[in-house]
Design a protein around this ligand. Structure first.
Ligand code: NAG
Ligand code: NAG
Ligand code: NAG
Length: 365
């Protein structure tokens, strides 16, 4: 800071505009590692469990980033400095022990829409706020849902392998997939992601059914041509594609098990862009192996990644992606910016954008 001020004085003699720009610059971009900046705990600055490397510079304009490792090495030194926890890819895990060693903690800012990795009741009992980034992830996750649906229906990954295989001499006329246009799509979970799926599916002339805790307004249904199925069983029986876009809660865990798979058409494809635990994976493997359903396309599994010898990895009619629903440069940047805004608001005592509020029964408001 001292050097910058001196440069500022020098610039005074050169050009007043320079000074103005420089002052603004100091105001907007405090020196990196400035001790006065609020401390924010992050999982790490590199590696698969670290935060996005492209975002580090931007975060350091506002915060002193404290890695979990630094914190664990000396929590008496770093604990009181941490005013926010920045959760990226579900990490760091917020345990009771962690909460107890962060006396200055105001907010937990968690990237993404899902909250299943957080004990919201426990966090609220410590007087700590929570914010997430639902808007930033809804379009890219809906895009991913359509990408998986199309890829599974038209066997894009299998087709790619066939097309590049060194022993391929001809393309069989008997190699076929399922038609998407005109098919029936059953969306389970009609939140913002489910709704965006419906908007996209409408352009593919699909018939759209949906199941949700709450029925959408008539205008909203009509805008995307979606029909409400109060009964999940009814949706499962009628759909050519079943797409899971529901959040994971104790009520939705293993929503799709053996019974539900047996209700689906033998030609049906299951697409999961929610959470792995929504599906009983053993039942799914069995259903795929025995032709109970045609195929599955999964952006999420349990655990992630699956053990390398897991049977789902060996099925031709399974398409897997590495939990990449929101993995676009644009969405990830938006997520980071939203988290910064929520943290700054909470530290300044302002209304917190995307604050997660709990109902009296501890469900998310
Ligand atoms: C932790 O930090 C405090 C204060 O900065 C220091 O006095 C102490 O020696 C540190 N302990 C370790 C284990 O590094
Ligand atoms: C097609 O390729 C297969 C091997 O992949 C070969 O056995 C077969 O003779 C080929 N058929 C024609 C018509 O070329
Ligand atoms: C799915 O693929 C497995 C082998 O990868 C196969 O045994 C099974 O018959 C396939 N199911 C259908 C419905 O095609």
């Amino acid at each position: 800071m001292r050097t910058e001020t001196r440069v500022g004085h020098l610039a005074l003699w050169i050009s007043p505009i320079c000074v103005l720009l420089h002052t603004l610059c100091i105001f907007k971009e405090p020196a990196m590692g400035d001790q006065d900046l609020p401390g924010v705990l992050v999982s790490g600055l590199e590696g698969p469990h670290g935060i996005c490397e492209d975002h580090i510079g931007d975060l350091q304009k506002h915060f002193t980033l404290i890695t979990l490792q630094e914190f664990l090495e000396n929590n008496t030194r770093f604990g009181p400095k941490v005013q926010a926890v920045y959760i990226w890819g579900g990490k760091p895990a917020v345990t009771q022990e962690l909460l107890q060693s962060l006396p200055s903690l105001k907010i937990i800012a968690s990237a993404g829409a899902g909250l299943d990795h957080l004990d919201l009741k426990l966090i609220a009992s410590c007087g700590v706020k929570v914010a997430n980034t639902p808007q930033a992830v809804s379009s890219p996750t809906a895009d991913m849902g359509m990408a998986l649906l199309l890829a599974a229906a038209r066997r894009v990954v299998e087709g790619h392998r066939l097309a590049i295989a060194p022993d391929t001499e001809n393309f069989s006329t008997n190699w076929m997939g399922q038609e998407v246009t005109g098919a029936t799509l059953g969306i389970i979970g009609m939140g913002s992601i489910g709704y965006k799926i419906a908007q996209r599916a409408r352009a593919f002339e699909m018939k759209i059914l949906y199941h949700n805790r709450k029925r959408r307004k008539l205008e909203e249904e009509e805008a995307v041509g979606a029909t409400y199925c109060e009964s999940l069983d009814d949706l499962l029986q009628r759909s050519d594609f079943v797409l899971l876009a529901v959040s994971l809660t104790p009520q939705t865990q293993r929503l799709i098990g053996k019974r539900e798979l047996n209700l689906m058409k033998p030609t049906a494809i299951l697409v999961n862009i929610g959470r792995g635990l929504l599906v009983d994976q053993d039942a799914l493997v069995q259903a795929l192996q025995t032709g109970v359903i045609k195929g599955a396309a999964l952006d999420v599994t349990h655990p992630e990644p699956l053990p390398r010898d897991h049977p789902l990895l060996k099925l031709e009619n399974v398409t897997l992606t590495p939990h990449a629903g929101s993995a676009t440069h644009q969405a990830r940047r938006q997520m980071m910016e939203n988290l910064v805004a929520s943290i700054l608001a909470s530290l300044h005592g302002l209304p917190i954008p995307n604050e997660v509020r709990l109902n009296w029964d501890n469900s998310v408001a």
